[in-house]
Design a protein around this ligand. Structure first.
Ligand SMILES: [Cu+2]
Length: 167
């Protein structure tokens, strides 16, 4: 048992190298975990924005002009699980107007929908259950543009525009 010999310089250098290698490996592993987390975050955010866009997509779903049926301008508007009116922009002439609201969901499934033309208490189709159809006949208001909504889904974008022409 002699006095402890100081480690030869080569051994010290070797040990230092090993420590460096170990630190390097740990750093690389940490970097990998970080990259993985970022990828997961980005993928998650994309999934979220996809989900959101399906709810907040543009409420405009096309336009249509009413066709006259026995002197009454008639128009069918469909509504279903996407909480939109199809079409969402409808153009009608003056005089009598009939709006047919059709809920395209299977009976017993999906939400009911209604249709109320803003500012016109007489122009309101009450709740239509899934698979049902209801119609409303009223006199078109003075020419102009009128917003209509499903009162229970307007926050989700179930809105439309009624355009009343002068002739
Ligand atoms: Cu609705």
């Amino acid at each position: 048992m002699g006095p402890e010999r100081p480690a030869p310089a080569a051994a010290v250098a070797h040990r230092t190298l090993n420590v460096r290698r170990y630190r390097h490996r740990m750093l690389a592993r940490r970097r990998l975990v970080l990259v993985g987390a970022v990828v997961a975050l980005v993928v998650g955010a994309a999934a979220c924005s996809n989900r959101r866009s399906s709810v907040e997509k543009n409420p405009r779903t096309g336009s249509a002009t009413a066709s006259s049926v026995n002197g009454v301008d008639e128009l069918t508007i469909s509504a279903g699980s996407d909480y939109r009116f199809h079409p969402s922009t409808v153009t009608v002439g003056p005089g009598r107007l009939r709006i047919v609201l059709h809920n395209t969901e299977k009976p017993g499934q999906g939400a009911p929908h209604n249709l109320q033309v803003g500012g016109l208490s007489a122009a309101s189709v009450p709740l239509v259950a899934a698979g049902q159809t209801r119609q409303l006949t009223f006199t078109a208001p003075t020419p102009g543009r009128y917003r209509f909504v499903c009162t229970i889904h307007q926050a989700q974008g179930q809105t439309g525009t009624l355009v009343v022409t002068g002739s």
